[in-house]
Design a binder for this molecule. Structure first.
Ligand SMILES: [Zn+2]
Length: 250
């Protein structure tokens, strides 16, 4: 996923705090228009799409809605200075992980567009990204994207660009949080809870999402003993993505 600039914070919000707050929210259910044929899902890095909306993608696919994954980077910057994997090698591994994760979600035949922008430098290519997303959204009925306020520069840039590109196409754009669960606190005023919607995940979909997350071995396990090869997604962070629902907002 590529750790945000702030890295893992010692004061991160534990999943237990969210588990005590989220069930009391009366957010409307997010659903799709029966007329939708295709939904474009934007991911800043391989794994964002699964952590944020893996269950939602599985439900869409099961309902016959095509999912078009628009992968903005290949995630080559998750382990700078790695002693065992060069960036290009890491990118290949992460793209492969994303493909296996999609298959675990029943999305093995999902169309994927890889934009190949540089991991950790997406914001420097935002104009180009808006144009690329506008092209990629052809044929889509709606867009799901990382949230523009998620707190990772790449996630934020993808969210901003997707909103502009979606507007050009006249499409509804729904944004999903990933790192927000790490740095925000329940009721945090920086988060647009007022527009939050939730997607309930049936047990089988939760299980498929868990299997999909386990595909990201370069992120959930150390690459090697060197400190530069340490695990990126710690168990306490992954705990946010085992919930029985996902959250989206406008
Ligand atoms: Zn990411």
């Amino acid at each position: 996923m590529t750790v945000p600039a702030a890295g893992h914070r010692p004061d991160a919000t534990p999943e237990g705090a969210w588990a005590g707050w989220l069930p009391g929210r009366s957010w409307p259910a997010w659903t799709w228009d029966p007329a939708w044929r295709e939904v474009a899902v934007c991911a800043a890095h391989p794994d964002d799409e699964v952590l944020g909306v893996g269950g939602t993608m599985a439900l869409l696919a099961a309902a016959g809605v095509r999912v078009h994954l628009v992968a903005v980077t290949d995630g080559e910057a998750s382990h700078p200075g790695s002693a065992v994997r060069a960036p290009a090698d890491l990118a290949r591994a992460r793209v492969d992980e994303s493909g296996r994760a999609l298959a675990a979600l029943g999305l093995g035949d999902a169309r994927t567009t890889r934009l190949g922008l540089p991991d950790s430098a997406v914001a420097a290519h935002e104009t180009e990204l808006v144009d690329a997303l506008t092209a990629a959204f052809e044929g889509a009925d709606a867009v799901l994207t990382t949230w523009s306020g998620d707190g990772h520069p790449d996630h934020d840039a993808v969210g901003r660009a997707a909103v502009v590109a979606g507007s050009r196409r006249g499409l509804p754009v729904w944004q999903y949080p990933v790192w927000t669960w790490h740095w925000a606190a329940p009721g945090d005023p920086r988060v647009p809870w007022d527009s939050a919607h939730q997607v309930a995940l049936p047990r089988a979909v939760r299980a498929a999402k868990s299997t999909a997350i386990d595909c990201f071995t370069t992120q959930i396990a150390p690459l090697g003993p060197d400190p530069a090869d340490a695990v990126v997604l710690l168990p306490e962070f992954l705990a946010h993505f085992g919930r029985p629902h996902e959250v989206l907002w406008r």
